[in-house]
Ligand binder design. Structure first.
Ligand SMILES: Nc1ncnc2c1ncn2[C@@H]1O[C@H](COP(=O)(O)OP(=O)(O)OP(=O)(O)O)[C@@H](O)[C@H]1O
Length: 448
């Protein structure tokens, strides 16, 4: 509800612009529309006219409104129009289930749950530890420290724990953030230079039941962040609140981590995730295929699982690329097509190549949005910023021609790519958060 309400004016404005509505049409039909309720992905819109007006709006503006909502919020909703006299009967339904609001508040990806997580020998210990923590937060292993290489499922497991806890007890205050987000918020509070900003920051992070901090290795070397994090940790741990951390290495190998933090990280349980074996890679591809509603030949799945070994993000990226390629070429998916579509990813002799596709996938994952969003025509800031970062990194880290980058990013022309990349290049010089984000994503793309 909050998201739609907050963005309602922007939604109507987007619709007005995209359909070049005259002032009079806008004022007559759209401006008076009010959000009455949002429930289970249906937005109930109050039409304060009479039946004729409702019929007309339904015929003429229902679809454009749906599209505008999807563009602005990044989510698809059904729309139901109602007249003022119907509001009484609808009132009971006006609360969106609390659990969905909590998932939004906690910053969770709805797809990352235990149900969609494939358990193999590489991650069974981490999975069991995560489930134990999810069942008894703050009681058994505190903190839970998950570590493993890039793209192996740490974030997915963390979100699974949070979903599980919220499902069981929707009142629990759960917050997932990346350590980079934590750092940026802290920098912002310090920059504001007043006690209220710091107090707000502390209130936010210390007044929760379950805190999940991803990629905690990025706070190393940032003194004030380590200091603040140390106090947050102590407060929460002392109050028996659950802390879950992830990193690319175990605490003992985090050389520049302050000793007092390292010892705290080791208080609870440390669980690692290794690269998946062949069977697990097959199972992950099968799961993804099932979730996305495809039915791909076994030989093709075997081909991908045999050739992409180390990183699950790349494994999924290869499958996505193959599907996109087949759709574009209007061809059936078979091993021959897979060899062609994936030749720049699967090349037995060449060292691992950094492709524009890998960059786009990594940026999307980092911002918790889909690659479809990045390549869409959406212009809201939550999508534009990651898109520009993808433009910048594709230019910096690959030789991909501007035209191809543009095609991958929603058929944009080369001037848009140059503009987006330049914008980020100048942002890096003045904005510490952008500098941090770029540093982190670069490491995810190329860890060494
Ligand atoms: N065991 C698994 N089952 C199903 N999907 C998985 C599994 N492990 C990872 N994935 C998928 O692989 C992708 C990358 O995983 P995730 O983002 O959790 O990795 P990560 O270890 O947090 O990476 P990073 O170090 O870059 O933060 C996600 O789309 C995730 O859903």
């Amino acid at each position: 509800m909050d998201l739609i309400l907050e963005k309602w004016d922007e939604i109507l404005e987007t619709l007005r612009k995209e359909h070049e509505l005259s002032d009079v049409s806008f004022k007559t039909w759209l401006q008076p529309l009010k959000v009455h309720a949002v429930q289970n992905d249906t937005v109930t819109v109050l039409v304060p006219t009479e039946q004729m007006g409702l019929n007309y709006i339904s015929k003429k503006y229902m679809l454009p409104l749906k599209v505008a909502i999807s563009e602005v919020t990044g989510q698809d909703y059904e729309i139901e129009l109602i007249l003022p006299e119907q509001t009484k009967t609808k009132e009971v339904k006006s609360l969106k289930p609390q659990i969905n609001e909590n998932i939004e508040k906690a910053n969770l990806n709805p797809k990352y749950t235990f149900e969609t997580f494939v358990v193999g020998s590489n991650n069974s210990f981490a999975n069991a530890a995560s489930l134990a923590v999810a069942e008894s937060p703050g009681e058994v292993y505190n903190p839970l420290f998950l570590y493993g290489g890039v793209g192996l499922g740490k974030t997915h497991l963390m979100h699974s724990i949070a979903h599980f806890i919220l499902e069981k007890n929707p009142q629990t205050k759960v917050l997932y953030v990346t350590s980079e987000y934590f750092t940026n918020e802290l920098i912002e509070a310090i920059r504001n230079g007043n006690n209220t900003a710091m107090a707000k920051f502390r209130e936010k992070y210390r007044n929760i039941d379950v805190l999940l901090i991803d990629d905690v290795q990025f706070i190393i070397g940032k003194e004030s962040t380590q200091e603040e994090f140390f106090h947050t940790f102590n407060d929460l741990h002392g109050a028996k609140k659950q802390i879950i951390l992830s990193s690319d290495k175990p605490p003992k190998d985090m050389e520049t981590l302050e000793a007092r933090l390292r010892s705290r990280f080791e208080w609870g349980l440390i669980a690692d995730i290794q690269s998946p074996d062949y069977e697990t890679r097959m199972a992950i591809l099968r799961k993804k295929e099932e979730l996305d509603g495809y039915n791909i030949d076994d030989e093709v799945i075997k081909y991908i699982a045999t050739n992409i070994k180390s990183n699950i993000r790349e494994l999924e990226g290869a499958l996505n690329k193959l599907i996109a390629y087949a759709n574009l070429e209007k061809r059936e998916i078979n091993v021959e097509l897979a060899e062609k579509a994936l030749q720049d990813i699967i090349s037995p002799d060449a060292p691992k190549e950094i492709t524009a596709e890998l960059i786009i996938q990594t940026v999307a994952d980092h911002f918790n949005i889909s690659t479809t969003d990045i390549s869409s025509q959406k212009r809201n800031q939550e999508i534009v910023y990651p898109r520009q970062i993808a433009m910048y990194l594709c230019r910096k880290m690959t030789d991909t021609p501007l035209k191809s980058i543009g095609n991958l990013l929603g058929k944009r022309d080369h001037t848009t790519i140059i503009h987006g990349a330049d914008k980020i290049a100048s942002d890096i010089l003045t904005n510490e958060s952008t500098k941090n984000v770029i540093e982190i994503i670069k490491k995810k793309i190329s860890p060494n």
